[in-house]
Design a protein around this ligand. Structure first.
Ligand code: KG4
Ligand code: ZN
Length: 343
């Protein structure tokens, strides 16, 4: 049995896990930075990397301690080195290199987006490939043709904001705490999703495999402040009743989910595969989960979507490293970070 240490520091979660080559999870720790970034309504990259630096060694220590596995008995060190925030990625990569060199173990690179899709395989125990992969997170809204776990071909993506970013920014406008996704979901429970008819960008452009969320974000802003340029939307929503905020949250969520589900269905209809895998923090959204399930069921497509704790950033999904371990796809110690999206 091979044991791999996986490290994840692409954005604002410091995470590590110990996984085996038969996808057993021996231990997993996620140290969140939500409280810190709540103060600013979003992730502050410089602050995120400093907190990763403080948390990384205790987090790694804890996965060894909790599993009873000794440092010397692991077979490889794997780390997400793309895409993500440069400063955050560097902390995880430096820790991984230090461990790999001192323990004389191979170093494995993890593509964070591929790991999000791999979470579907880990949680289902089934092999979903080939499939279409939808990644919806704070930094990405992209569709890929996933030939297997590590060979992805870009199909389409957002032309402006990521959907998670739209959730986070709209939450800030509504005075709801960071991260915005769970806050909007909670507020939306008591709201009317039809109270406002927010735009569903690109939904009627069936041939265009892309997403757009900046218009939706702006529509929420205009709904709060009109055309007033110098008015703070959060100051306006502070004066609104809870019910009024709930209506805006529910209407925004309905528009975002309609676009995600609608555009994904269009992509499935054009694709040769009949399986969809969804990953990323926004895949934790309960309204999205219900609607994508319905849409896939109605069209006889197979849907894989991980449980919510495996949708948001974690190191268990880093078990994708096993695919590279089995093929001896190891990295030299001058491995770099790649913050941008490589298509
Ligand atoms: O995958 P993730 O943890 O980190 C990135 O790789 O970006 O995704 C974080 C994003 C945030 O924008 C957060 O607001 C959103 O996922 N999110 C949600 C929910 N839970 C997290 N969005 C909508 N509904 C949720 N329940
Ligand atoms: Zn992520």
């Amino acid at each position: 049995m091979a044991i791999i240490l996986t490290i994840e520091t692409t954005c604002d979660e410091t995470a590590a896990a110990l996984v085996t080559d038969d996808l057993e999870v021996l231990s997993s720790v996620v140290a969140s930075q939500d409280k810190l970034h709540r103060r600013y309504g979003g992730v502050v990259p410089e602050a995120a990397s400093r907190v990763h630096l403080e948390q990384i060694l205790p987090v790694i220590d804890t996965v060894f301690h909790e599993s009873g596995v000794s440092l010397s008995s692991i077979d490889a060190v794997a780390v997400a080195n793309m895409p993500g925030l440069a400063g955050s990625l560097l902390i995880g990569l430096s820790a991984a290199k230090a461990l790999a060199v001192s323990l004389r173990k191979p170093l494995i690179a993890i593509n964070h987006l591929q790991a999000h899709i791999y979470a579907c395989k880990i949680s289902s125990g089934e092999d979903p490939f080939p499939c279409l992969g939808l990644i919806i997170s704070g930094g990405h809204t992209s569709l890929y043709f996933c030939e297997d776990a590590i060979n992805f071909v870009f199909v389409g993506g957002t032309i402006d904001d990521a959907v998670g970013e739209a959730f986070d920014k709209v939450a800030t406008m509504l005075n709801l705490p960071y991260p915005g996704g769970p806050s909007i979901q909670k507020a939306a429970v008591n709201g009317n999703p039809k109270a406002y008819n927010f735009p569903r960008s690109l939904l009627n452009e069936h041939e265009r495999m892309g997403f757009s969320f900046s218009g939706l974000k702006t529509a929420v802003r205009y709904c709060l402040v009109g055309q007033g340029k110098d008015v703070d939307p959060a100051a306006v929503s502070a004066k609104l009743s809870e019910a009024a905020v709930a209506d805006i949250a529910a209407s925004f969520q309905a528009a975002a989910v309609d676009v995600l589900v609608g555009k994904t269905l269009q992509a499935m209809l054009r694709s040769k595969v009949k399986t969809l895998c969804v990953g990323g923090g926004v895949a934790a959204n309960s309204s999205f989960r219900a609607k994508i399930q319905k849409a896939m069921q109605e069209n006889n497509y197979r849907l894989f979507i991980a449980p919510t704790n495996l949708c948001t950033d974690n190191a268990i999904m880093g078990a994708i490293a096993i695919e590279r371990y089995k093929k001896a796809l190891f990295e030299p110690l001058d491995l770099d970070v790649f913050p941008g999206l490589i298509r």
